[in-house]
Design a protein around this ligand. Structure first.
Ligand code: MG
Length: 373
């Protein structure tokens, strides 16, 4: 029996994780559940999985959770990200945004295995996270691309290059001139993957692929990371070796595969799945980096190192929020990120405090500029 804590339990990855657990109740026990603000959803999951260690980031919702689940201990604010992990063997960290960093470090310091779906924590603080991961616990990627690379690298001792696949998002064949008028509703409708709002916008701007390039840089300790457009999302990523051999991992696009693998590693445990219908016609297309500049900016971030990742991520988090609040245009998101990378100071200390203060400074400067506008 493995004890599992799920952070971000009411979101897309969180609910899919719990769906896997519900089909394997003899193998997993839920010891902690945490979410941002969905008190009713949290209480329902607490009942379903008989879990009495709960976290809700939004302090105002604490009373509601307690009323709906009187037997539970309810943590709020930052404690929701940490105290709910105690006693877990595996922490599934599926919160959105840089706030996940605290949870990741808390788990690693206690030898709790991290099943990581929160890419922003690695983008902002990858250097710190990987240094701690070498000392204590381990990280298992949940992101489909990184799970694919992880699966391709099993049994290998060295590799030359990582090639991430990118669906291209919903606008990959939209004329550049039409991108400016894209609405939040259009941006969150992804053709292949069912996801939360933030990652759907990131996917539409291709910032998601940028975040994933940086994530891969830290997870696999290499700067040789590349990407290719693959609209079908069947090949989840590839690894190239010194002799020219390329290994790819493929499957029907369903996040429950990488989530389950992060729980059952090193085994590919049985599960119900939609098989690929063969024959398949797959396309691999070179990216258009003039229309979608975010991955190129991410490669610059990888070269620069230091706090560049924190700046990239913070500018994007603020810009996505402004876009969803209809305060800036779709194309302003990547402009904002590029502008921040040009102008922001990245010379601060490469510590947790340095990352958090850089994040807050960049985020606030961008977000607050549009308040009352
Ligand atoms: Mg991904």
């Amino acid at each position: 029996m493995k004890n599992i804590a799920v952070l971000g339990c009411t979101g897309s990855i969180g609910t899919q994780t719990l769906d896997i657990i519900s089909k394997n109740r003899d193998k997993y026990n839920v010891t902690g559940l945490s979410c941002g603000s969905d008190a009713v959803g949290l209480a329902e999951l607490a009942r379903e999985f008989d879990c009495d260690v709960l976290g809700i980031a939004d302090e105002r919702k604490r009373v509601t959770v307690k009323e709906l689940r009187p037997s539970a201990t309810v943590y709020c604010g930052d404690d929701a990200l940490t105290q709910t992990l105690d006693g877990a063997d595996i922490a599934v960290i599926a919160v959105v945004g840089m706030i996940g960093l605290k949870a990741v470090l808390y788990a690693l310091d206690r030898g709790i295995t991290v099943a990581l779906a929160n890419k922003e924590s690695l983008v902002a603080g990858g250097e710190i996270v990987t240094a701690r991961a070498k000392l204590g616990g381990a990280i298992r990627p949940v992101d489909s691309e990184h799970s694919a690379i992880w699966q391709c690298l099993r049994g290998e001792t060295a590799f030359k290059r990582i090639i991430l696949t990118a669906s291209g998002g919903p606008f990959f064949d939209t004329p550049v001139g039409k991108l400016k008028s894209v609405t939040p509703e259009q941006a969150v409708a992804h053709p292949n993957w069912r996801m939360g709002k933030k990652i759907s916008v990131d996917s539409a701007t291709m910032v998601n692929k940028g975040l994933e390039l940086i994530e891969a840089r830290w997870l696999f300790d290499t700067v040789n990371v590349d990407y290719v457009i693959h609209p079908e999302s069947v090949v989840h990523s590839m690894v190239e070796f010194a002799d020219g051999s390329i290994k790819a991992q493929a499957g029907f696009p369903d996040m429950r595969q990488p989530i389950q693998y992060a729980l059952t590693y090193p085994d590919h445990a049985p599960r119900e799945y939609a098989p690929l219908k063969l024959p398949l016609s797959l396309r691999f297309i070179p990216p258009d980096e003039t229309a979608f500049r975010a991955p190129r900016l991410a490669k610059q971030v990888i070269e620069t190192g230091g706090l560049a990742g924190a700046v990239f991520n913070a500018a994007n988090e603020a810009a996505v929020r402004l876009f969803l609040e209809r305060k800036i245009a779709f194309t302003d998101i990547v402009d904002t990120v590029e502008n921040a990378l040009c102008k922001e100071d990245m010379s601060g200390e490469r510590t947790l405090d340095g990352v958090i203060s850089t994040h807050n400074r960049v985020y606030d400067k961008i977000y607050l500029k549009y308040q009352g506008a």
